[in-house]
Design a protein around this ligand. Structure first.
Ligand code: EPZ
Length: 423
């Protein structure tokens, strides 16, 4: 297993280009199953989650070619059963259900395991697909959905007790593209990744309106055709490097971002006393650490609120911000695994009832720490940039799941990091 050594104390500056969005790529790759024709998807990040998705598509029988960020998929003949041992390793595989069910009238998909950020139920996905006429059963660790007479449009509300569901909205939207009649999803997720998927589906001939709002309407069609699509920039990778710049930077420029997707993150960083400037086309931004960082309270919310995927990174920033900051995660109340590791580095954090209170300290010290989930691991890298000494981040595969070549990007910004390959 690889580990990352982060030698703290080197300020970061310069410019890097943000990769395509992991969380847009995953459902879009799955949506390629909805047609027998060639689909070309560009700017798919080279991370292990997208590699898993490609393996699943291949395992289903699709022909897949991947070269420098582009993935070409031809799903002319496919099975209805996703390969169990790959699916069970990645929660996002759940977004195979919608396209497989629509294409094959049946799907067998492994239930997602839980994960460190909390229980990951799929009851809302099942509710949505059953509303379209599917029947569900659970057997041998799989969920089996069948709709022998095809899917029928319906109105379905997808709000759970923690708000809307991103992949649940994706699943129902994908399935509804080939259903008979019109589907209306209320309490739909509004994330940019949902909008990117809708644009991808419409470029295949689907008829979707309202994506990006809580009410999405899908008029079923009989067939979808091939397409070519560029995936949107990864707003969470961009946010992660924006926080890195606020922690350790004296002028970091991020190219290929989308200003409109970064409003909440930008507002939080400015409120915390840091400088964020976008160019006039909104596709690049420069971040400078502020002279007087300020403590802030962050409460995560569904988009366009502050994203749960960015709360761990902000916690690392607050660890070195004078005063007392607060982070509340309303979406994944258990998502605080990074706090124990940050405390190992000298952070002063108290976690209780889905809330972390962070008292800024004058310095952090490098230590061997354990990565636990994707974003928690990123937070440890950020803390390592400003810690005294060396931080050794083990189980680097957590980071490689969602950050494309993070060590190379940090090196390009002048950070003193090295990836150690361990047998
Ligand atoms: C997506 O996961 C993202 N993953 C997550 O990013 C992100 O944290 C999450 O949305 C929230 O924004 C991808 O897009 C691949 P949800 P998803 O369904 O869709 C509850 C990362 O770091 N819920 O929107 O699986 C759920 O427990 C990852 O890149 C149900 O109760 O999340 C949570 O509390 C981590 N029943 C809330 O809804 C369901 O059937 C939101 O979850 C589904 C979800």
């Amino acid at each position: 297993m690889d580990k990352l050594l982060v030698h703290g104390g080197s300020p970061i500056h310069g410019a890097i280009t943000i990769s395509g969005s992991k969380n847009a790529s995953l459902p879009i790759l799955a949506a390629a199953l909805l047609t027998e024709e060639d689909v070309v998807i560009r700017r798919v990040p080279d991370v292990s989650d997208t590699n898993y998705m490609v393996q699943i598509l291949t395992g289903l029988g699709a022909d897949v070619e991947r070269f420098s960020g582009t993935v070409r998929i031809t799903a002319s003949e496919i099975s209805d059963t996703a390969p169990y041992d790959i699916v069970r390793r990645m929660r996002a595989s759940v977004c195979m259900m919608g396209p497989l069910l629509a294409r094959k009238q049946r799907c067998v998909v492994a239930l997602p395991g839980g994960c460190v950020i909390g229980d990951r139920p799929i009851d809302l996905h099942i509710r949505g697909l059953e509303a379209l006429g599917a029947t569900s059963e659970f057997e041998g660790g799989n969920v089996i959905l069948t709709a022998p007479h095809g899917l029928k449009g319906a109105t379905v509300d997808l709000c759970g007790e923690n708000g809307p569901t991103v992949l649940g909205t994706d699943n129902v939207m994908m399935a509804a593209t080939l259903a008979e009649g019109t589907t209306t999803i209320t309490s739909a997720a509004c994330e940019p990744e949902v909008v990117d998927l809708a644009e991808f589906l419409n470029s295949m001939g689907a008829k979707i309106t309202g994506a990006g709002t809580p009410i999405i309407t899908i008029e079923g069609v009989s067939k979808l055709h091939g397409t070519v699509h560029n995936v949107i920039p990864d707003r969470i990778e961009a946010g992660t490097f924006m926080v890195a710049a606020a922690l350790a930077g004296d002028g970091v420029t991020l190219r290929r971002v989308h200003e409109g997707h970064l409003v909440a993150i930008t507002a939080a960083l400015r409120k915390a006393g840091h400088q964020v400037h976008f160019n006039n086309t909104g596709d690049a931004c420069t971040v400078h650490r502020g002279d007087t960082p300020m403590p802030v309270e962050i409460v995560t919310e569904p988009y366009p609120g502050y994203p749960t995927d960015m709360q761990a990174q902000m916690t690392a920033l607050f660890a070195m911000t004078p005063g007392s900051s607060v982070v509340v995660d309303t979406i994944f109340p258990q998502r605080f695994m990074h706090c124990a590791e940050l405390k190992r580095m000298g952070a002063d954090i108290h976690v209780a009832d889905g809330k972390a209170v962070i008292k800024g300290v004058k310095s952090l010290s490098g230590a061997p720490v354990m990565a636990s989930d994707l974003r928690a691991s990123a937070a440890l890298v950020l803390a390592g940039l400003v810690a005294k000494g060396t931080t050794e981040i083990n189980r680097l595969y957590h980071i490689d799941r969602g950050y494309e070549h993070i060590d190379e990007k940090l090196l390009a910004l002048g950070a003193n990091v090295e990836r150690v390959r361990e047998r």
